[in-house]
Design a binder for this molecule. Sequence first.
Ligand code: HEM
Length: 417
Amino acid sequence: MTATQRLLDINRVRELFDLRGSLMDRTGGSYEDDPYPVWAELRERAPVHKGTLHQLTGIDDPFAFQGLPESGRPHFSVFTHAACNAAYRDNTLFASSPQAVDFDSAPAVVNSMLSMGGEQHRRYRALVQPSFVPQQAQWWVRHSIQETVDTLIEYILQQGQGRAELNVDFCAAIPVLTITGAFGIAVDRALDVRAALHDPPALLEIIAPIVAARRENPGDDLISVLVRAELSEEDGTRHRLSDAEIYSFALLLLAAGSGTTWKQMGIALTALLQRPAVLDAVRADRALLGPAIEESLRWMPTDPMFSRWVTRDTDFFGTHLPRGSVVHLCVGPANRDPARWERPDEFDIHRAPRASLAFGGGPHICLGMHVARAEMMTGIGALLDRLPALRLDPGAPPPRYIGFYERGATEIPIEFG
Ligand code: HEM
């Protein structure tokens, strides 16, 4: 038994990643429909519409997270690939946040590079970019992904009944253990991190001692990268990051990288399991696994929308956007734009490679995209290797896609005997 196996409590995983609970909270989890037909009509009518993505989709759920509407500001939603792509690439006109980052306030995701623009964003991002380039993906696999995946598969095999559930018992724990492992947080504390995800003070109680320890004694982990990093100011002076800057960055990585990769891996697996011939093709030719994961990202990105703030009056793809308005960049509908992809509603792993907007675009394109890909490749690849007879359990309710933000699958029941 490996250290990870001894320490990872699968019952706690089930408690913490309760599918309906997590979907219900802020992410529009009560949404059970397929939004793509409505989005297709909207996209056909115009590239840009007045209103939030929620309103335009016809959702009237007072408890659902409404995608950052700010009362008092006009809202617009962008539906085509060309318009979303143009907005992503112009981070001066379409800013990531309405205000400057404030490192003197409490550490928070909004006080990280996610909210920065221009030169400041470039300088902060450059500090960590080397840890996230494609050539570093194997570091992440060695450091935490492979052992986590192996541990979870052992659990599945040990259950011994030839049946399992993959969304919570497999996909959910991989991303959080990947990031906590990269921070150098012990496996037995990793699930405490997940439990405290929406409670920054509790999370900082775990992270602060680690930052202090790495300042004393840096090692081969991401917190040590941040502790050692030197930021160059515009006047040429250099300084180390403050604790508050490191905490906000750690919160960003935990928030940005856990739920997203969990849900996306579940979407990719479900898409394959529901198409046995495609699953067989991937099993027979492992070079098709990468394209299958890319197609899942295009076809159903777990987060269908990101917000931007308009910094000056502009005419954009036929619509006037006043300064100060909020724009919803709807990557879900943009990823099925027939102007870019033929038969866009079809899940087709044999498409010629064309970048989608699932990871965003422009200067804020997902920092962790190669890590996310490595997690999905390692996870799904290991399932194909270790459970060669893997298929959906015909005796259990089939998985469905639910949720609006952090859209994902319900339970994924499989048999493999
Ligand atoms: C399949 C899983 C993932 C998806 C679909 C996803 C998607 C995205 C998108 C669309 C953005 C751009 C947001 C915007 O433009 O406002 C973003 C940013 C970001 N993501 Fe991911 N992400 C995933 C996994 C990860 C992972 C695993 C990590 C970390 C290990 C991560 C870290 C980040 C960070 C730090 C940013 C902010 C980058 C910046 O502001 O420059 N993401 N992600």
